[in-house]
Design a protein around this ligand. Structure first.
Ligand code: B12
Ligand code: SF4
Length: 517
């Protein structure tokens, strides 16, 4: 049987990285089946185009995964496929939290033949076998343990994802026209992939707005160091062979949750020479440890994603995240920046203690820290989170099924001290000010003492990150952005050109010296 795994985009911005679940399920598919992958973020398709593709390929089962944010879009694709007579199974966090919605049990339309609840590592082979026999069940759920909780995969052993042979063309971040030229640069830039890799699952912290503790559990399961190192070595070999670059996104919710284990993993990466540039999520409280930060730098860590959420300690207490201390954020970023590691700092507006002016206050504070990439979202009640339950009980949900009428940056409930419209305006202000050409220039100047590659990387990342809020999908939008930032771009280009000329002059001089001696 041919199986198609499909991940819809959110219709607003495109993800820069493919989703791990597709590669994982592909690796867990029993022999005798062929699995095709399409990520709507990389290969945009309409419903009709996807149906035509699935028909052309003779697909017998489609698996669709979606976060809450893109589930309405996922349902539309599922509807179109089912209308064409192709069975659909849906999985991922949203359908786990709202299985009745996907199955049409709550009175709404039905979108999926089956749903896979929770972690599907062990149920996927059963789903495939049932589909091949034409006997799909409605619900697939992991077995339960003695306490009545879902049995979680141990991650030891971990499935072998054959990165070295997978066709990753649709996921390269280098535009096709530039590939032949860029593949000749340095070690080669003909391909650039950001690859998701997990080293563990679960999080004990239980922040009020987050689905992770509920979905993956509060105890953490780790892969062995050896299996992570092996995956990185294979990725590194692939990049070398293809004259391209690979960066790793460790998608663990908190890579340093167990300091001892994280340090041992990073040491093993270094010892095996498996370093690749990497990015990971780590909470601010764990970045107090100087030795950890040294190991992050030495093992290839370039960017750390920190869920800072708010600079107001009252807000942090409200969402059960006061283990993270706004007062130490500046020092944490300084510790990273001294090792050429920069931070993606994530903030949430619309918390109950926020008032008009929160954008101004937050951005001012951010500007006093070493520069990074701030991102701003809004407090969103995802189903099955403690936040959703609290707001529902208090009768505060204005759009209880906000995902069915997805509107970017429009809150589903009103914060206590601001309106929904005010929260939207604060979010816009924060994005606008943080990514203005002036701010980009100042951010690059602020790290003037760092090498050109770090300043260039900061500028390029800032141009891309701006696109999370201000969609930059067309060539025109990009040209405009480059024009607006021309001063900073020109100044870095001049410096780069100067360095290149100096290096060229040195080579013949050195060669002449060798000849003379
Ligand atoms: C990496 C990541 C991202 C990446 C993008 C995704 C990517 N390309 O990988 C980035 C950083 C861009 C991102 C962004 C966002 N993310 Co995010 N992200 C994650 C993260 C940390 C890891 C995802 C992952 O790969 N997990 C590991 C895999 C193995 O787990 P999984 O995807 O759940 O898959 C398993 C099962 O669910 C199931 N399964 C999944 N799909 C399918 C499909 C089928 C057919 C079947 C059978 C089974 C199945 O099988 C898998 C194996 O067991 C998760 C948290 C987490 N730990 O999962 C949050 C998470 C998915 N993100 C979340 C959110 C909210 C966001 C943002 C909206 C954040 C924001 N505030 O802006 C944005 C939205 C992005 C967008 N484009 O609109 C929420 C989603 C909650 C929800 N109910 O929707 C999560 C769960 C985190 C949280 N705090 O609650 N994210
Ligand atoms: S926000 Fe991060 S730290 Fe808090 S529960 Fe979710 S994954 Fe854990």
């Amino acid at each position: 049987m041919k199986i198609l795994l499909y991940n819809p985009d959110n219709g607003v911005t495109r993800n820069f990285m493919p989703h791990l679940w597709m590669f994982l399920l592909q690796a867990l598919t029993p022999p005798g089946h062929q699995v095709l992958l399409i990520d709507g973020n990389a290969r945009a398709m309409t419903e009709a185009e996807l149906v035509a593709y699935a028909r052309r390929e003779g697909v017998g089962l489609v698996g669709i995964g979606a976060m809450t944010r893109m589930v309405a879009r996922a349902y539309r694709f599922a509807d179109a496929l089912r209308e064409a007579g192709i069975p659909v199974v849906m999985g991922g966090p949203h359908v786990t939290e709202c299985p009745d919605e996907a199955l049409g049990r709550g009175g709404g339309p039905r979108h999926a033949d089956s749903v896979a609840l929770g972690e599907a590592d062990e149920t996927w082979p059963l789903i495939v076998a049932d589909a091949a026999r034409g006997e799909l069940k409605e619900v697939y759920q992991p077995g339960v343990d003695a306490k009545g909780l879902d049995k979680k995969p141990s991650l030891q052993p971990y499935p072998h994802i054959p990165w070295e042979t997978l066709d990753l063309d649709q996921f390269s971040l280098v535009p096709a026209v530039l590939r032949p030229v860029l593949s000749r640069l340095g070690g080669g830039w003909g391909q650039f992939h950001v690859v998701p890799l997990e080293t563990g699952r679960g999080c004990p912290y239980g922040c009020e707005f987050c689905t992770v503790t509920g979905f993956f559990g509060d105890s953490i399961r780790f892969r062995t160091n050896a299996s992570v190192v092996d995956e990185m070595l294979r990725l590194k070999a692939r990049a070398r062979r293809g004259r391209g670059q690979v960066a790793v996104f460790f998608i663990d919710d908190n890579l340093a949750i167990n300091l001892k284990r994280t340090k041992s993993l990073l040491r093993d990466i270094i010892e095996a020479g498996a370093q690749l540039p990497w990015v990971a999520q780590i909470s601010a409280n764990l970045l107090r440890d100087e030795e950890l930060v040294d190991l992050i730098a030495e093992s290839g860590g370039r960017w750390v994603f920190i869920g800072m959420e708010s600079i107001d300690p009252q807000n942090m207490a409200d969402v059960n995240k006061n283990f993270s201390k706004p007062g130490e954020y500046g020092a944490v970023l300084g510790r990273l920046a001294r090792r050429n590691i920069f931070a993606i700092t994530s903030f949430i507006f619309g918390m109950d203690n926020d008032t008009v002016g929160v954008a101004e206050r937050t951005v001012k504070e951010i500007e006093s820290w070493p520069p990074g990439l701030p991102v701003f979202g809004q407090l969103t009640p995802f189903p099955a989170t403690p936040l959703y339950e609290r707001l529902e009980k208090a009768g505060r949900l204005e759009r209880p099924k906000h995902w069915l009428e997805f509107a970017p940056f429009v809150m589903a409930h009103a914060p206590l001290r601001m309106t929904i419209e005010e929260a939207r305006e604060e979010t816009r202000r924060a994005w606008e000010r943080s990514y203005s050409p002036e701010r980009n220039a100042r951010a690059v100047e602020a790290i003037a003492g760092h090498g050109l590659e770090y300043r260039l990387s900061l500028l390029v990342s800032r141009l891309f990150f701006r696109g999370i809020y201000f969609p930059q999908m067309s060539r025109r939008a990009w040209l405009r952005l480059l024009y607006d930032n021309r001063r900073t771009i020109l100044s870095l280009s001049r410096e780069g050109f100067g360095m290149w000329r100096k290096a060229r002059k040195k080579v013949p001089a050195a060669a002449a010296e060798v000849r003379a001696s």
